[in-house]
Design a protein around this ligand. Sequence first.
Ligand code: CDP
Ligand code: CDP
Ligand code: CDP
Length: 219
Amino acid sequence: SPPLIIVAIDGGAASGKSSTSRLLAERFNLLHVDTGSFYRHITWELLRRNVPSGERTALLAALPSLNFSTRLEGRSARMLIGGQPAGDEIRSQQVNEHVSHYAAVPEVRAILLDYQRGQTEVAKQHGFRGLVMEGRDIGSVIFPDADFRFFLHADPAERVKRRAAEGRQDSIAERDRLDSSRKTAPLACPPGAIDIDSTFLTLEQVVEKLAGLIAPKLT
Ligand code: CDP
Ligand code: CDP
Ligand code: CDP
């Protein structure tokens, strides 16, 4: 079978990664992998178990018991923990406030690294031509050799507006600050990635731009 096409999309909070990825996945029949939802799911699970991100010994002890698996929902790969899918809680303000702290722990990132790369197998099993994976370090760490690496930018004020329009409370600036300043896999546009400023673009315009670049490789 031909090699999978891998599209990596990174960017700050509410830069448009999920909406863009979902539409590209639909258009090109790709597996959609939202890695932010993985970090959110782990965060919710550890908060539920009373394992704070700052208690290193307890945190490291808890990680091996997380038992990840994957379920396909439409074109999206959902991460299960102990067989359980994530609920709406992973979009809660509580998770918004804690997720970047868990995501800064190198061992948390390490257990997700293999799991995320393993999504290529999920894509193959289900007959997808490729996958579109979104996050903070997809083009830099997870798939540095991806066929396409995009980085979405938008002014912080515009991103706050977008999130507010969804009726969601979010600590965008604080998450961006933590995600950009951590030692392991910080949020940054990696060298060679295609940088797109979407501040003055509609979602449709962003999708057309990316689709135009990807299409020749998929037809
Ligand atoms: O949707 P939004 O962009 O607001 O956030 P998300 O993609 O759901 O990611 C939630 C958090 O997970 C981020 O703020 C990061 O702390 C972390 N994350 C990460 O560290 N690396 C990734 N590849 C994806 C998410
Ligand atoms: O996944 P991420 O947090 O990066 O962003 P998102 O949840 O895909 O997008 C946040 C909101 O901004 C969504 O309601 C989008 O429809 C909207 N939006 C966008 O993504 N891109 C634009 N150019 C304009 C609006
Ligand atoms: O891929 P699909 O369009 O089926 O789902 P999605 O775009 O990943 O999720 C649609 C919306 O459901 C997201 O914007 C989230 O707010 C919410 N969602 C959630 O709260 N918890 C999840 N585990 C997955 C999605």
